[in-house]
Each structure stands twice: as structure tokens, then as C-alpha cells.
Design a protein around this ligand. Structure first.
Ligand code: EPZ
Length: 419
């Protein structure tokens, strides 16, 4: 098991460069299966989720070459077979193999995916989308066999704008006969990244990034290149670190339009920032004002940033609240923040109240999920004394080189392997 040890209180000065977006890259890699030739993806983050996807591709017989942040994939001669649950369980995004294999071979056998324990996270909308395209689904425990004689374009309305379902239906529809319309589609930037990649291959997708996506089926998808967009959640996490301890900390390779909701809230709190192109300079601020956050689908406040932001809210003068509207179990970090000295209580099942300012003291805590782990790393950076965060495998899934990136700007942080 891996743990991170942090000695708190050191200011952060210098530059952190944001890597490629985890939640784009984990969709782009499986999307490569659809191509009838080889593909190249650049700016892929070096995180364990990508390792797991590479393992799944190679299990199917794809040829994968990773050179630094570039990945070349040739999936032209794969054997479409059931992927063992022990591999697909490693991450939520394994479910994109369903849409890609169905879209290319009209059959896919996959297990229910893994992912952070932040809610039930059903995949009913994905399956309904596949059925609308003509697939039949046999559920055997948590194994799904999805088969279609023919995939025919259809009008699909998503009961809620699910990111995963939007992308998965797109993958299944790009080679279907006829036109598919996805109504109430998710609008996250990662969806545009995937649609652009597929269009580079010759797909005909319009409207990605809006709530109506139109996909005209094509027969052939040719060689393509694409680049993973910068990770807006990683960018937001390091901006929050800058608001806590920044001494004119620079965060570069940011697309401000992807995190306007966070920038607006930080400004409301009184955080001092300077935006210059793709670089934001930020410094820690005293007497921060409390704010009220309600998470929502893009361009609303991202659910993935509410846990990291909780650490900053413990420093505000007064009562802040976070209302979580996307997941039903995404406050697991607050127990550990309270152990460190925070004053957080549950106002109702989907709302916490954070009373500040409180000073945090180092202790041993546990990362229950990816973004809870990020929250606790931020807490360790400001806590007095030493903080040990256990089970940080969760964090290494989604933040490339987080130890190096923070150490390079002055944090006293190290990774330990314990038996
Ligand atoms: C993606 O998850 C991200 N993960 C999540 O990031 C992110 O929190 C989420 O989108 C929302 O932005 C990846 O992209 C790998 P959803 P996804 O489908 O696709 C319910 C992180 O920290 N739902 O938009 O699973 C679901 O239970 C991770 O990087 C259904 O009910 O999110 C949840 O409550 C965490 N039925 C809500 O919708 C379905 O068929 C949002 O899910 C699908 C989803």
C-alpha cells in the first residue's frame, strides 16, 4: 500500500504545468478501437488509469506504443473477447470498451465497471442508449453481453446529462446505419475532445459540447491524431493549493473557460489571481469570505472540485456550504478533515456546512476516493506538523506526477511504500 507524508506550512512558489485530462484520455484510448487503421494520441497523462486501459487493449491483441506522453494504438487485428473483471474493475472508464466494441463489432462482453465509491453510479443510461440503437443486452450478474444484428441510428433522450453515457452512445453510433441524435447530452469539454478525435478519423459528429449531438453513421474510420485537452480538475486542484499557500504560484496550460465556475467562486472569496493567456498566477490570501457552492453539470461547479475546495473553505471567516447534486456519497473526506481540526457538519444528506477559520493539525488519514485524496493532500500542505495519507493509490490514478509537481514548488511531500 502506498502512503503520502507531508510536512505542512511551506509556501508554494514557482510553476506547475497542468497535464492532459484524465477524463478525456480514458475515453480517447478506448475510442481508438473503432478505427480501421492506427491512431496517435498526444498529451496523455502518465497515470495508472491509462496503464489499466493499455492492459485491456493489449489483452484484446492491440499493439500499443507509449513514448512519454504520446500513445500509438493499432487495434486493427484485435480479438473481440470478454475482458476479465479483474482488469475492468480497476476503473469506471472501462465501460467505454462497451460502446467501442459494440460500435465496431456489434458485440461486446464486459463487466460492470469500477471507479470511486462516491455513489451507486449505475449504467442504465448507457444500456438504454445501446438498446435504442438496436442492441440486445443479456445481464448475467454483473456481466453484460451486448449484441446487435444491426446498429441503426435513433433519437435518444438522456434522462440526465450523463458524461459517460453521452460518450458511450457516441462511440456505439459512429458506425451505425443512419443518423443518431442524443438529446439532453452532457456538455463537458471532454466530450468535445472525444468527438474531435472521432471526426479526425472521418466520423460525422455535430453539436458536441451542446445538449444536442447529431451523429451520421460512416463505414470507415481512418488514421487520426489528436491531443488530450488540459485537465480542468487538476488545474482547479492546484489553483486551490495556490489560494492556500501560493507565493505567486503559476499554474500553466490552463483553459480558463473550462473552470469559470471555480474562478468566479475564488474571486468571490477574495482570492487574488492574475490571468495571462493559459497561465494563472495565484497567491494565498488571508481573511477569505465564505461562499455557497452547488455542484452541477458543465458549465456548473464541477462535482470533482467540491472535495478539494472543502479544504480552502475551512480557512474562510464564517459559514460556507457545499450542496452536492451529482453523487449521493461524496463527503467521505469530511470525517478526516474534522480529525485534523476542521469544523464540518452534515446539514442534510446532500449538503455540508463548513465553519471557519479553523487551523488544521497533521495526523494519519485515509484517501477514500480520488478527489477526497486530493482534498487531504491540500489539507496536509497547510496543516501544522506531519500528515500521513494512506491508500493514495486512489490519487495516483488521476494526478500525474503529483509528488514531483508539488515538491518542485516547495512542498515537503514524499511517497512511501508500506508492506
Ligand atoms: C464522469 O463520470 C467522470 N469520470 C467523473 O469524474 C465525474 O464526476 C462525472 O463524469 C461527472 O462530471 C470519468 O469521466 C471517468 P455521469 P461518469 O455519468 O461518466 C448518474 C473523477 O473524480 N448516472 O455524468 O460516471 C451517476 O450515478 C470522476 O475524475 C446514472 O444514474 O458520470 C451520477 O450520479 C469521479 N445512470 C451521475 O449520473 C447512468 O447510466 C453523473 O454520472 C450514468 C450515470
Amino acid at each position: 500500500m502506498k502512503q503520502i507524508v507531508i510536512e505542512g506550512g511551506h509556501p508554494l512558489k514557482g510553476t506547475i504545468t497542468v497535464s492532459g485530462a484524465k477524463n478525456s484520455a480514458v475515453a480517447l484510448v478506448p475510442a481508438s478501437l473503432l478505427c480501421d487503421e492506427d491512431v496517435m494520441i498526444d498529451n496523455v497523462p502518465d497515470i495508472s488509469d491509462i496503464d489499466a486501459l493499455e492492459e485491456m487493449l493489449e489483452y484484446l491483441g492491440a499493439k500499443v506504443k507509449r513514448m512519454n506522453s504520446t500513445i500509438e494504438i493499432d487495434a486493427t487485428e484485435i480479438q473481440n473477447r470478454e475482458i476479465p473483471e479483474k482488469i475492468s474493475k480497476k476503473l469506471r472508464a472501462s465501460y467505454y470498451f462497451m460502446g467501442a466494441l459494440l460500435g465496431k463489432y456489434k458485440v461486446a462482453t464486459m463487466y460492470f465497471p469500477g471507479g470511486c465509491p462516491i455513489g451507486a453510479r449505475p449504467i442504465d443510461l448507457h444500456l438504454k442508449g445501446f438498446e435504442a440503437l438496436g442492441a440486445h443486452i443479456i445481464e448475467d450478474g454483473n456481466k453484460y453481453t451486448i449484441k446487435a444484428e444491426e446498429l441503426k441510428g435513433s433519437n435518444i433522450y438522456l434522462d440526465m446529462p450523463s458524461v459517460g453515457a453521452t460518450i458511450n452512445i457516441m462511440l456505439a453510433a459512429v458506425k451505425a446505419t443512419g443518423t443518431t441524435t442524443i438529446e439532453n447530452a452532457a456538455c463537458e469539454p471532454e466530450i468535445v475532445n472525444v468527438a474531435t478525435f472521432l471526426n479526425n478519423m472521418g466520423a460525422k459528429i455535430k453539436g458536441a459540447g451542446t445538449s444536442t449531438i447529431i451523429i451520421k453513421g460512416v463505414e470507415h474510420l481512418h488514421h487520426a491524431y489528436t491531443e488530450v485537452i488540459p485537465d480542468r480538475i487538476e488545474a482547479g486542484t492546484y489553483l486551490i493549493a495556490g489560494a492556500l499557500l501560493g507565493d505567486n504560484l503559476k499554474i500553466e496550460n490552463v483553459i480558463p473557460e473550462h473552470i469559470l465556475s471555480l474562478l468566479q467562486k475564488l474571486k468571490q472569496m477574495g482570492v487574488k489571481m492574475k490571468l495571462e493567456g493559459d497561465t494563472i498566477t495565484i497567491r494565498n490570501s488571508d481573511c477569505l469570505k465564505p461562499v455557497h457552492i452547488t455542484t452541477g453539470v458543465f458549465p456548473g461547479f464541477p462535482t470533482d472540485l467540491q472535495q478539494p475546495l472543502t479544504t480552502l473553505l475551512t480557512c474562510c471567516n464564517g459559514k460556507s456550504t457545499i450542496t452536492e447534486t451529482i453523487y449521493e456519497n461524496r463527503f467521505l473526506n469530511t470525517k478526516y478533515l474534522n480529525q485534523m481540526g476542521a469544523n464540518i457538519h452534515l446539514k442534510n444528506p446532500d449538503c455540508i456546512e463548513i465553519t471557519g477559520p479553523t487551523s488544521l493539525s497533521g495526523t494519519t488519514v485515509v484517501a477514500t476516493d480520488l478527489r477526497a485524496g486530493a482534498c487531504l493532500i491540500l489539507a496536509g500542505l497547510i496543516a501544522s506538523g506531519t500528515t500521513t495519507i494512506q491508500k493514495v493509490e486512489h490519487v495516483l490514478r488521476g494526478y500525474e506526477n503529483i509528488i514531483e509537481k508539488l515538491s518542485n514548488v516547495g512542498a515537503k511531500i514524499r511517497l512511501e511504500e508500506i508492506k
